[in-house]
Design a binder for this molecule. Structure first.
Ligand SMILES: NC(=O)c1ccc[n+]([C@@H]2O[C@H](COP(=O)([O-])OP(=O)(O)OC[C@H]3O[C@@H](n4cnc5c(N)ncnc54)[C@H](OP(=O)(O)O)[C@@H]3O)[C@@H](O)[C@H]2O)c1
Length: 329
């Protein structure tokens, strides 16, 4: 039996738990090590998900020679230093979104990975969700004609605690980086890089965006109308309008299990139910396992160049709304 890919996890918070539950479903992967700033937390997490080693230090995990790939699950502003540390130890990295808080960080991370010939991918699980594959298939098969516009939103009501990850500027707070990234990624996936980006936002007392509305204009005339907010629950749906029909990605569009196709101005002509395994992170995990098993340093479906295009779009929105993190001054 071939050797399993040994995974490490850094930062044992909310998403690390959800991710670990999917990681243990993979036959190709083994949860080898987990690292927290708090040794007791690492012990508890490790016991729960049957990790071989539990570290009270991120550095020690990065130096463990048995670990093949590290999943970075810390707040946005720490992705850069945590990823760089792992890459410099020769570890492959799956880094949570956004890969960095600006283009400069992401560019440096990609250069580091490429110079060391080490795998690097941003954890945009949406790309590997079967529902997303179905949408791409419908568009490829000309079911809706040419895309003329996209409308997508992502909103939920978060706790307004100024110290929380979503409101605290030091941790990369704001709706744009946390969830606005999903409608932006969908537009990038389907339409590429826009020629023009316009945006307005409502800023919190902590000076991050609690609401962000974005308008993208494309060279071929296509448009995207996107929204993100941590102030209210919004439909969290995506509509892709084409010259022949419309595709709707039902709630929650970024990991949808239901897609409706509308043609000839009629009610939904077809509804597709597209299931996935576990919490939705399984396919992303398998992509990393398969890349590592076949010796690839970049995923074909989600290469670092796409993360670069995405963060450049985010930077353009940040500039429009006057959002700057402390380390960017
Ligand atoms: N793909 C997805 O669906 C998805 C969903 C949610 C979040 N995310 C991404 O995952 C990342 C983490 O989000 P989360 O919701 O899991 O956050 P979280 O619950 O706050 O966990 C983050 C963890 O990072 C570690 N950490 C290190 N330095 C920290 C600091 N100064 N303050 C707070 N925590 C610190 C902590 O782990 P230790 O105490 O163990 O060191 C903490 O538990 C974010 O970048 C977010 O964008 C992705």
């Amino acid at each position: 039996m071939p050797k399993k890919i040994n995974w490490g996890i850094i930062g044992l918070g909310s998403i690390a738990n959800t991710f670990a539950r999917d990681l243990v479903r993979s036959d190709k992967a083994k949860l080898y090590g987990v690292a927290s700033r708090d040794p007791e937390k690492a012990q508890k997490f490790g016991k729960k998900y049957k990790s071989v080693k539990n570290y009270g230090s991120y550095e020690k995990l990065a130096k463990d020679p048995e670990i093949d790939v590290v999943y970075i699950a810390t707040p946005h502003t720490l992705h850069f230093e945590n990823t760089m540390m792992c890459l410099q130890e020769g570890k492959a990295v799956l880094c949570e979104k956004p890969m960095g808080i600006n283009s400069k960080e992401v560019e440096t991370m990609i250069e580091e990975a490429r110079s060391r010939n080490v795998f690097l991918m941003e954890a945009i699980w949406t790309r590997f969700i079967p529902g997303t594959e179905k949408v791409l298939e419908l568009i490829r098969n000309n079911q809706i004609g040419d895309i003329i516009s996209i409308r997508a939103d992502f909103g939920f009501k978060a706790d307004t605690n100024p110290e929380s990850r979503l409101y605290n500027k030091k941790l990369g707070g704001g709706s744009l980086l946390d969830i606005g990234i999903y409608p932006l990624y969908l537009s990038l996936l389907l339409l590429g890089t826009p020629v023009q980006v316009k945006a307005v936002a409502r800023m919190t007392k902590t000076k991050v965006d609690s609401y962000c509305a974005m308008l993208l204009d494309y060279a071929n005339g296509a448009k995207a109308v996107l929204e993100s907010t941590v102030e209210a629950r919004t439909p969290t749906e995506a509509f892709i309008y084409g010259t022949k029909g419309t595709v709707k990605m039902h709630f929650p569009f970024h990991h949808t299990k239901r897609i409706s196709l509308f043609q000839n101005n009629k009610q939904a002509s077809k509804v597709y139910h597209v299931k996935y395994k576990g919490n939705g992170y399984y396919n992303e995990i398998e992509e990393v396992n398969n890349c590592l098993i076949s010796g690839k340093t970049e995923s074909d479906k989600l290469p670092p160049s796409v993360s670069m295009d995405l963060i450049r779009m985010i930077d353009r929105v940040k500039q429009e709304i006057g959002l700057r993190y402390d380390t960017e001054r």
